[in-house]
Design a protein around this ligand. Structure first.
Ligand code: AMP
Length: 114
């Protein structure tokens, strides 16, 4: 999608990646909510969580979880604990229409979230 900001980041037109493989990239959030706040996204444009289909997309999301875990270990937050969260649609706080998984850690994270 030419007008999608996260597609532009995934294509390395803007921003700076902290991780890349064939299907997934990750980058630091512009407005971090914790000492570690990384967004892990598929290169494939999928607008929202509810658009994820079984099969290829489901494998992709599983892979994203593995990547998030690796980044958490690299950033030194794996043992203390971290959160991976994705917001679906406006009511849950989604503001960018390319699925992204927030990896948060480095402080105590309250539950339930707001
Ligand atoms: P959400 O509200 O769940 O859709 O999350 C969108 C996230 O993307 C927010 O945490 C924003 O701070 C972040 N964000 C928006 N634009 C950029 C950007 N250009 N680079 C990095 N993070 C961004």
């Amino acid at each position: 999608m030419t007008d999608c900001i996260f597609c532009k980041i995934a294509n390395k037109e803007i921003g700076k990646l902290v991780y890349e493989d064939d299907t997934v990239v990750a980058f630091d959030d512009l407005n971090p909510q914790a000492p570690v706040h990384v967004l892990v996204i598929p290169k494939k444009h999928i607008a929202r969580i509810s658009d994820i289909r079984d099969g290829e997309d489901a494998n992709l999301v599983g892979h994203i979880m593995v990547v998030a875990g690796k980044i958490a270990a690299e950033r030194g937050i794996a043992d203390d604990g971290y959160r991976v969260v994705a917001n679906c649609n406006e009511g849950a706080g989604q503001s960018v229409w390319h699925i992204h998984f927030h990896l948060l850690g480095g402080r105590n994270l309250g539950w339930p979230p707001g």
